[in-house]
Design a protein around this ligand. Structure first.
Ligand code: AMP
Length: 279
């Protein structure tokens, strides 16, 4: 696997690919890779000639310095994992390569997308996501880029970015990879104790429970009950709500099939976890 740390190295490698007319698939990550990330890489490998993974912990998308400082860094293990699945190129930039002169946030009107769920809970988060993905798209110019539906709202934000600035890039949104007990894989899970991980498996159980009740009875009040049950497990619930899966507008009643999403954010052992279910 090739590794590029500077934009010059990146440019040299990628210009060779494009002069050979090879299609480029791109998977942006913040590292501490797990099977969820690797599934995105594998999907890209199936659909493209050359796959690039980036690892960059983007300070602009952390609204809490504490969370940024605690974000796991496992570069050596990540390199081994990517090598084991024959990834073509790892782009491992430092801050200056991504944000020369500190970089301005990219002008984009996220409108209501930034006013629900993660938006108000994490002020500045999506502006940071947009800034880094804009810069990575500009540097890598992929044909296709791969994102996980675990970060459901982020997928909507990236779609808006694509529609505004990168119409030629095809976005591929991939299913959430879960542990056997249902817990959505996340780099942040490594900060949970064994007990915390077991507790965290309640999140997906609650989503399944809420979904099935919703389909049976269309009962909004049931969401509150399920959320309350999570709280009784000592899980701090920030939100557990139904929305329209297309617009992300909070919803009170069930929409058409596949247009419903229940989104949740919780804290366990001071680790913030998000998950969702679409139905
Ligand atoms: P991150 O390193 O957390 O920024 O994630 C990089 C990409 O991997 C994002 O598109 C995430 O949505 C995706 N991702 C993270 N966890 C999972 C998962 N469990 N299943 C599928 N995709 C994931």
């Amino acid at each position: 696997m090739l590794i590029a740390k500077t934009n010059l190295e990146l440019h040299q490698i990628l210009s060779l690919q494009s002069s050979n007319k090879l299609s480029i698939g791109f998977v942006p990550t913040m590292g501490a890779l797990h099977q969820g990330h690797l599934n995105l890489v594998k999907r890209s490998q199936k659909e493209n000639d050359f796959t690039v993974v980036s690892i960059f912990i983007n300070p602009k998308q952390f609204n809490s310095t504490e969370d940024f400082k605690k974000y796991p860094i496992k570069t050596q293990e990540d390199v081994k994992l990517l090598e084991s699945i024959n990834c073509n190129l790892l782009y491992l930039p430092n801050y200056e390569e991504i944000y020369p002169q500190n970089g301005q946030n990219i002008a984009i009107d996220l409108e209501e997308l930034n006013q629900v769920f993660e938006g108000p809970q994490r002020p500045g988060h999506f502006e940071g996501v947009v800034s880094v993905v804009y810069r990575l798209f500009e540097l890598i110019k992929p044909n296709k880029a791969y994102f996980g539906l675990k970060d459901f709202q982020q997928c909507k934000v990236i779609y808006k970015l694509k529609e505004t600035y990168f119409k030629n890039i095809e976005l591929v949104f991939c299913e959430t990879t879960r542990e056997k007990n249902g817990l959505a894989m996340s780099s942040r899970n490594s900060r949970l104790s064994e007990k915390g991980k077991i507790l965290a498996s309640q999140i997906y159980k609650a989503l399944l429970d809420a979904k099935s009740k919703f389909m049976e009875t269309n009962a909004q009040s049931h969401l509150a009950k399920v959320s309350e049950k999570l709280s009784q497990h000592n899980i701090e619930v920030e939100y557990f709500e139904l929305a329209n899966a297309k617009t992300l507008k909070p919803a009170k009643v069930w929409q058409k099939p596949n247009e419903n999403v229940i989104l949740t954010a919780v804290k366990i052992e001071n680790v913030r976890l998000i998950d969702n279910i679409v139905f």
